[in-house]
Design a protein around this ligand. Sequence first.
Ligand SMILES: Cc1cc2nc3c(=O)[nH]c(=O)nc-3n(C[C@H](O)[C@H](O)[C@H](O)COP(=O)(O)OP(=O)(O)OC[C@H]3O[C@@H](n4cnc5c(N)ncnc54)[C@H](O)[C@@H]3O)c2cc1C
Length: 483
Amino acid sequence: MNPAPRFLSVGGGLAGLTAAVRAQELGLAAVVIEAGSGPHYPCNSRIAGGILHVSYQDVRLPAEQLRAGMRDQDVADSPQAEAVAETAHRAFDWLRRHGVKMANFPQLKRGAWVMAPPRPMVTGLQPAANWRGRGPDLTLQTLRARLIALGGQFIEGARARELIQSEGRCIGVVASRAQEALRLEAFATLLADGGFAANPACFREFIGPNPAEVVQRNAGSNQGDALTMARAIGAGLRGTDSFYGHVLSRDALHNPALWPYPQVDALGAAGVIVGGDGRRLFDEGLGGIHAANQLARLDHPASAQVIIDAAIWNGPGRVGLVAPNPMLPYHGGTLHQAGDLKTLAALAGLPAPELVETVRQYNAALSAGTLAALTPPRSQRKTPALPIQTPPFMAIPVCSGITNTMGGIHIDGHGRVLSADGGVVPGLYAAGAATGGLEGGPTVGYVGGLIKAVVFGMRAAEDAAHRVVSHHPEENRHAIPQS
Ligand SMILES: Cc1cc2nc3c(=O)[nH]c(=O)nc-3n(C[C@H](O)[C@H](O)[C@H](O)COP(=O)(O)OP(=O)(O)OC[C@H]3O[C@@H](n4cnc5c(N)ncnc54)[C@H](O)[C@@H]3O)c2cc1C
């Protein structure tokens, strides 16, 4: 009997491991190659909050509700969005069947499930107890153990460098491990390196000119290798200008206690965000993910400040899992305060006449109901605008924090990589934060990185298994179970 065809995952995050376990259980010989080493190799899946949601909704909702919820978060209809709507509930059940523990967390607005035991939502990644042994870390350990138990292989310390092609088909990768070059051939190759967030050259090419002024709110393991390799063989790219991230204290650029939390999103969305000239920069009402993207595109992303008053600080400022009030100043984040706007401007290094005029126009438009006529227009799409009128007035120097890229290698609803001319690249799949075509767009529609990783990891493996069946029908008579 011939050996089972190989399914190769590049990357041992949630997307790569999900795909490998699913492929192995469907009769393929799954191998993961992972650039990192050790039981806790860094990746975004490991340090994530672990909240599994579809555009902030419970993943078990009927597909029609998930579709509507994604549209509501500005996610355009697409084959990928359809795949999420149709697969999210099944993906959740599949994870649990393979031993992943989920806790019901109805108090979280962002969907009802979190990987268990929940990671404490605290500032900083240190001490390691903040994430080690917690739900997301345990999920990866569980899936890795499951892969091995089913007969699959996990090769650590191996970084994929180049895709191998033969007669127009991708047939594997060349990877480096220590001084050694590994040539790994496969029936199907899945790229799941977590995207290009931590690659400054890619950041400059696709997002903005100044990555040094943007906080890497991530594990640092996402170097864009998959995008580079896929592009080299003609893969198409989608949505590379958008990322998932948050507005952070500017001090997070040098103070690791100020990321991944607290986020300053809610304060910016309730008040105004101004540049170094004291004028508003964009529509704050589109929320923190949009704001983080807008800031990252500036020549000087760390030049902006959030302007609020005491009512906002004591209202939206106290809301959230890690509320900026009091966590931001407690951990050393700068908070300028003054009894009037002119004094605040002097403290914050902003031109007083412009700041006073910006706040005057904003307050006037808010009370007249003419926010949309401001330049730039102000919506209340994601959160209500609040007046800035109760002293003390406050200025928080902010910057953008990039968590993971939303765009990247263009895939279809089965995770198959599409070439720049729209055709499929045979033998090549991609999943998770390495991919594009689902999220992003002008108002930065967001689905959720974890569910995206699981859904497309599963679907890629299932598609590859179906193709094995059709290529070698006499050796693969088994029907493919749904999960
Ligand atoms: C602080 C934080 C909080 C988050 N919270 C949430 C949340 O609550 N809910 C949610 O939905 N999303 C959340 N996310 C986003 C989510 O974690 C990611 O979108 C998701 O984990 C991406 O999974 P992935 O497998 O694509 O990438 P990753 O988990 O980043 O894994 C990629 C892996 O590929 C490896 N790799 C890279 N290059 C190579 C190469 N050339 N060869 C071999 N291996 C390679 C890396 O070492 C890494 O292990 C959060 C992210 C962060 C950082």
